[in-house]
Design a protein around this ligand. Structure first.
Ligand code: C2E
Ligand code: CA
Ligand code: CA
Length: 798
């Protein structure tokens, strides 16, 4: 029979408190009494057996009387009777006394048992040998959540158990029935269906005949302990599972890591050693640590113990299988009441993946995408480290010469390839661990580690330069690749990365100024170069701040010396340095490409001035404007010129564009196309600095220029060198044959002027005639008279 499970009403007090409070209820002791009296009446009395005692006592009394009778022989009957009576009465008195004593003992026992029962917190039951519950203690009924002990009386004790517990209960019952005291632990539901855990002991109760007539079953409620145990076991299992599957190592070591109290199973997958190995030799894991990382690791371990502080350290291990892994260990000191470290607990984890990802990110952040070299950030980082550690090193700043030109002529793809090749060349020439970086564009930098004397560095720089002009050239159509190198040495030329970079940059600049394809040490850069370098830094804002101005130099007719045209020459009105000549900044503008914007301004400003002069009556005056190679390559040149002509309403034939031979030769086909477009606008073309470059007039004729300008270096030879003078005459003659007019530049003497006039030179220009000056000053010049007065033609060709 099973009790129906009924849910516990909400207002019902928890069973624990119910038991305690109800324990004082009136019915409680009465019911216990009932249980006890049943128990004692059924078993206790039998065990004390007053009836048999009585019989024995009576028989004993009578026996004693008979013995006395026999001993007295044949005495008087009265005496015999009296004796018999006395002995009988004596026997009775003994028995009565005995009975009185038994009763007193029984009462005491009952009281004791009642007290014990009252104090007993178990569920006490008397079971029949078939498992029927004959009686249940009051407290037991409460533990079983029954209304009263009677509710449980008569029900089958075995029916409460199920599954394995049922088997255990059956076995315990059978054992007890066979006369043994048995016990088992199992769970069964209370009358309200709540599961409780019991530790049950079954004690057989035997009758006079020695046969087991009933069983005393005491069940201790061990639900709390069981649940606690269960929770602990579950937690333990969870921990074990976690330790087994999570790639973390949990450990507990003694305060100085001499003993290993616990290390989780994960140590096998992370460190490649077993917990047992660590148990035997707690320091076994330290053998795996990469030697360089051992010292900081041990220092951190000591710190945790000595400073009683949390510790964290990352280090590398070489696992027994040869694998190199990154480990992060965290350690927490555990203290006793007196703040002494009793153990160190912590976690170690494999962070190799994290480190690899970080390294990949680091590579990405510190790598130049095009060449795969370190980038500026990486270079600065390394320089900072070396400076901080006070390690000797030198910095080489490598800048390709005229790379902008190469970039535009080769096209971007080929130029990128060229940069990649350069990167390889630099890397190949240096030690594998050298830091080679691309700082951007065509700028590279090299950190040469260690103490190096200037001679060693010089030969390294020279070998790099040699490699550039040989190796790189092989694979590409580029005419020539050269570079300029600036070298700064730590700490001689700077104690921090900024100072070293700047001084190497200035040195590189000096190398460029010194004719390119060379190198300079930082201390070899003159103050002149330093000034130029400063200019370079100020250049980007110069145009916006209207710091550029135009000066004009007259182009004269040799006979009358009248100004037939002017050449616009740009100057930079530097706020601190005053007027700066174009030689100091035009190359910088060209390298940066900024010349395009400045050049557009020059065209506009020159035509604006020409328009003013033409409006003032010098209608036939022409304006010469210099255009550099970089401008010639720019798509916008033709549009810029066209726009300026329209804007200032200047006849195109009054504008001359001066281009140097080298600018034309850089990319002849491109130059040809631009020249044709300019010519279509009606603009005239002059070949500037003629004689300094290719000097092939026949070749230059393909560009069909209107004018050639003989370079002042030739003019300078006139009157001194007969051979040079004949070359000048030859150029003039040949040009005329081709229908090209000739201007001689740099006329500084009267002799030169006469020689040119004799040679039939069309125009002359030079300090002897007019120096470049601003517009206001130029109009004051005697030669700057209205052309009509000087009898000039009005074709604008000077
Ligand atoms: P360039 O086109 O050959 O200009 C003539 C240069 O010779 C000018 O130098 C002028 O001052 C100088 N010069 C003139 N007559 C004499 C003389 O008798 N003796 C000597 N020794 N020199 C004389 P500057 O003004 O310094 O210009 C230098 C160069 O800068 C120019 O050479 C030209 O290539 C370039 N340049 C000037 N202005 C511009 C410009 O607006 N755009 C571009 N792209 N280049 C310019
Ligand atoms: Ca010129
Ligand atoms: Ca010139």
């Amino acid at each position: 029979m099973r009790f129906k499970a009924t849910s516990c009403p909400k207002e019902t007090k928890p069973i624990e408190s119910r038991v305690d409070s109800d324990a004082h209820a009136n019915g409680w002791s009465a019911r216990n009494q009932q249980f006890l009296s049943y128990f004692l009446s059924r078993y206790g009395q039998r065990r004390t057996i007053p009836l048999s005692s009585l019989c024995i006592a009576v028989v004993a009394g009578v026996g004693i009387g008979a013995l006395v009778h026999q001993a007295a022989g044949e005495a008087a009957i009265t005496l015999r009777v009296a004796l018999s009576m006395v002995s009988g009465v004596a026997g009775l008195a003994i028995v009565r006394r005995k009975l009185g004593l038994d009763y007193a003992r029984q009462s005491a026992a009952t009281a004791l048992a009642s007290g014990l029962l009252h104090a007993n917190r178990d569920c006490l039951k008397v079971l029949a040998t078939d498992g029927k519950m004959l009686r249940v203690s009051e407290h037991g009924a409460m533990l079983m959540e029954a209304e009263s002990p009677e509710q449980l009386s008569g029900s089958d004790w075995l029916a409460f158990w199920t599954g394995e517990d049922r088997t255990a209960a059956e076995k315990a019952l059978a054992g007890a029935v066979s006369g043994k005291s048995t016990s088992f632990t199992g769970s069964c539901a209370t009358t309200r269906g709540r599961t409780r855990w019991w530790n049950s002991t079954l004690t057989p109760v035997t009758g006079d005949d020695g046969a087991v007539s009933a069983l005393l079953c005491a069940s201790e409620d061990v639900t709390q302990q069981s649940e606690l145990l269960k929770t602990l076991r579950e937690r333990d299992e969870l921990m074990h599972e976690m330790e087994l599957h999570v790639r973390l190592v949990f450990y507990s070591y003694s305060s100085h890591f001499e003993h290993c109290h616990h290390v989780s199973a994960g140590v096998e997958s992370v460190f490649g050693i077993t917990p047992q190995e660590l148990g035997n030799r707690p320091s076994a894991w330290l053998d795996l640590v990469v030697p360089e990382d051992l010292e900081p690791l041990l220092a951190e371990m000591n710190r945790v113990a000595s400073e009683v502080a949390e510790g964290r350290v990352e280090y590398r291990i070489r696992r027994p299988d040869g694998c190199l892994r990154w480990i992060r260990s965290t350690a927490y000191p555990v203290c006793d009441g007196s703040a002494n470290v009793v153990r160190i607990v912590g976690v170690s984890e494999d962070i190799t993946l994290e480190q690899e990802r970080l390294a990949a990110l680091d590579r990405l952040a510190y790598t130049d995408g095009l060449t795969g070299l370190a980038n500026r950030g990486a270079l600065i980082r390394q320089m900072k480290t070396l400076c901080r550690q006070n390690v000797a090193f030198s910095l080489m700043f490598v800048d390709l010469d005229r790379f902008k030109v190469l970039n535009d002529t080769l096209g971007h793809t080929a130029a990128d390839r060229l940069l990649q090749d350069i990167a390889k060349v630099i890397q190949g020439a240096l030690a594998p661990d050298a830091c080679v970086a691309r700082l951007g564009g065509d700028e590279f930098a090299v950190i040469v580690r260690g103490e190096s004397d200037k001679a060693t560095l010089a030969s390294l720089a020279q070998s790099l330069l040699n490699l550039f002009s040989s190796d790189v050239r092989k694979d590409h159509a580029a005419p020539f690749v050269t570079a300029s190198i600036g070298i700064s040495i730590f700490p001689e030329h700077g104690r921090d990365h900024e100072a070293l970079l700047t001084s190497a940059d200035i040195a590189m600049y000096a190398a460029k100024k010194g004719g390119r394809n060379g190198f300079r040490f930082a201390d070899e850069a003159s103050s002149d170069v330093l000034g130029d370098f400063e200019l370079e830094c100020n250049l980007p804002t110069a145009l916006a701040s209207n710091q550029f101005v135009l000066h004009f130099q007259g182009i004269h007719e040799p006979a009358s010396l009248a100004v037939k045209g002017v050449e616009a020459l740009v100057r930079w009105n530097h706020p601190a340095r005053g007027l700066v000549g174009p030689g100091s900044f035009i190359p910088i503008l060209e390298e940066s490409g900024f010349i395009v914007e400045v050049g557009a301004w020059v065209v506009d400003a020159a035509l604006a001035q020409l328009a003013v002069w033409q409006a003032a009556g010098r209608k036939e005056l022409s304006m010469s404007v210099n255009v550099s190679a970089r401008q010639l390559r720019d798509d916008s040149l033709v549009a810029i010129v066209d726009q300026a002509l329209r804007k200032h309403r200047v006849p195109p034939r009054c504008l001359q564009i001066e281009l140097t031979e080298s600018a034309l030769m850089e990319n002849p086909s491109l130059a040809q196309a631009t020249l044709m477009a300019l010519k279509r606008l009606g603009v005239r073309i002059a070949i500037d600095d003629f004689g300094t470059g290719y000097s092939s007039l026949r070749y230059l004729a393909d560009f069909s220029p209107d004018i050639v300008k003989i370079d002042r270096s030739f003019t300078a030879t006139l009157g001194r060198d007969a051979a040079a003078a004949s070359i000048v005459r030859g150029i003039i003659q040949m040009s005329h044959e081709l229908g090209i007019k000739v201007t001689a530049e740099g006329v500084e003497t009267n002799q030169q002027l006469h020689a040119l006039r004799d040679a039939g030179c069309d125009y002359v220009q030079g300090f002897f005639l007019t120096k470049p000056m601003n517009a206001e000053n130029l109009v004051q010049c005697e030669s700057f008279v209205p052309l009509s007065a000087a009898g000039a033609t009005s074709d604008c060709s000077h």
